[in-house]
Design a protein around this ligand. Sequence first.
Ligand code: ADP
Ligand code: MG
Length: 728
Amino acid sequence: MSTLRFHAIKKSLNRKPIKIEEKVRRSELFGQNVFNEDKMRQYLTKEAFNSVMDAMQNGTKIDRVVADHISTGMKEWAISKGATHYTHWFQPLTGSTAEKHDAFFEPIGNGRAIEKFGGGQLVQQEPDASSFPNGGIRNTFEARGYTAWDPTSPAFIYGTTLCIPTVFVSYTGEALDYKTPLLRALQAIDNAAVDVCKYFDKNVKKVNASLGWEQEYFLIDRGLAASRPDIQLTGRTLLGHSSAKGQQLDDHYFGTIPNRAMQYMRDLETECMLLGIPVKTRHNEVAPNQFELAPVFDEANLAVDHNSLLMDVMDKVAERHDFKVLFHEKPFKGVNGSGKHNNWSLSTNTGVNLLGPGKTPMSNLQFLTFFVNTIKAVYDNEELVRASIASASNDHRLGANEAPPAIISVFIGEQLTSVLDELQNVTNGKLSPEEKTDLKLNVVGKIPEILLDNTDRNRTSPFAFTGNKFEFRAVGSTANCANPMTVLNTIVANQLIEFKKEVDALIKSRGLKKDEAIFNILREYIKKSKNILFEGNGYGEAWEKEAKKRGLSNHKTTPEALKAKVSKKTLSLFEDLGVMNKVESISRYEIEMEEYVLHIQIEGRVLGDVARNHVVPIAVRYQNRLIENVKGLKEIYGTGFKKLAKEQMTLIEEISGHIESINSNVTKMTNERKVANNIENLEEKASAYCNKVKPIFDEIRYHCDKLELLVDDELWPLTKYRELLFTK
Ligand code: ADP
Ligand code: MG
């Protein structure tokens, strides 16, 4: 084993798990570092408290004078918890979170100082934001962007810093972050869903979208990860032969969590408790060293913030435990990748889950209304839904015979399929009394309150109904959930608006009763959007063929998939609902295309370097040993050596073959990169990276991986798959 590998592995084996002591109950820890309702009551004046609550619940603006009171209370609380700094915490389009810390400390002359934090500093800040991605919205010479407080997500203390969740917008008001469009989409669905709820219950005043994400990840020893330049720089392995044992025995899934990983999780969970992230579930995932963490669901904006914060906290806690967290969708070839299921539903201020079947036929009609409208929304916008989860790293899952396919379809389970089949036959227009009774008793009335056990069977579906929520499973593990959540809530909002119009029109034009009109419209929706429903195996080739017949898209690569983000239809959809104007949509598209290009570019460079600087030199060294051996045999045995050196000579030639292929392919790839870099048009450039540069990765990898098998293990410089995946 090469000395580098040897030392990395030895160090890893010698690491002792840090023992995490839990002396305080988690319920007591929960939310301790969050400026939540309880703390606000304690630290704010009544007026300030009411003002924040009003802003949270109804979106009212906070008066500047009141903001001063709020900031004072917040500061007192933060200082009492040991905070020295504050920051506006936001989610720029880089994919990670951003923060710039300022101290509360403020000199006031005469060598004295105070702790200061005014309403102005709470409400708005102007970070120098010129180097965040903006897709051409801001020219650098007018680089002003500002962050503005989002009172719907509570401030929290991380370390010694008070973090204030904010939106990030340009000077001219365009969104430069993930949160702004999400908040607008949540407003849109709130309005649209409340209007539809009024058919069933006049008391509904607010509808919240909820999100429960499930975060998958790999935990790799820090030293082992550092021994691999590809992991270090791209978050995944660009080469490496499969381990003789992988996940085929299924012995990791739901197995006992290894001790070191367990201590990491407990430490992480404690941090999450303090930060009010309600994590609840932890388990081993399918691949070795792969795990999952899931919270109790929450209001979507808060849940998105929690997930972004969590990923950050996971990295930080990992440092303490000498781990590196791999969030990448496909860190290792040949074993399962990671996703981030987004469980989504809608609930009313009256406490009703709109995607949960109810006890009465009428509440079930409400359920069916939201259920069918969601299906229709996904059908009408399947390409946009696919685009919302597109990224270079997620391409390794979608369409690569793993996790959900790149074709968007909806799984609803046997029971609901038969309900929809029945509904399809509802009479056009007025319903006879018999039919009404039949619908009430035998169709709608038969939907069991608990569907959980009857759905959730099909793990290959990208968008599955799981009893009382939809589960968007195609989301990638590195993604910011705001992206898919913005799209999902926008398309459903749009659909609900449409639905309301159509129902009202039917009531008016044909004098139908409300439920008759609803049945009529739902019937048409079911007929129209049937093609999106699929209960079979999503991985198979048969489905690809079938989906094509049904007219569903199958965009396997990001540059193809992203185009739906700037179609005429999408641009007007976002604009009409006030989620993003055209400039915002187009700039986001450009940022994502650009990011794709950079991603592949970096991977190409790293792969080229590793192949030429690590793999080839070692292969040559090993080949020289073989040559020495052959020479020696010749010296001793004279002409008889050929028989004895046959294998060695074959090996020498094989190695030369692989070296030749690596070098020529790296050269070819470098040339293709140069060609791509010279392309001005972003779409063409991305397409060149996707179709000309990236395919050469596989060629290079193939030969490197072959050499890994041939070359003496003692010489091989790169930590191997078995070591990365099975060192605990
Ligand atoms: P798995 O997919 O691993 O089998 P589940 O399907 O039980 O797990 O998913 C559980 C996730 O769904 C949890 O994160 C939970 O909080 C979330 N969830 C449950 N109900 C809702 C809801 N009404 N809205 C959003 N998320 C929900
Ligand atoms: Mg799930």
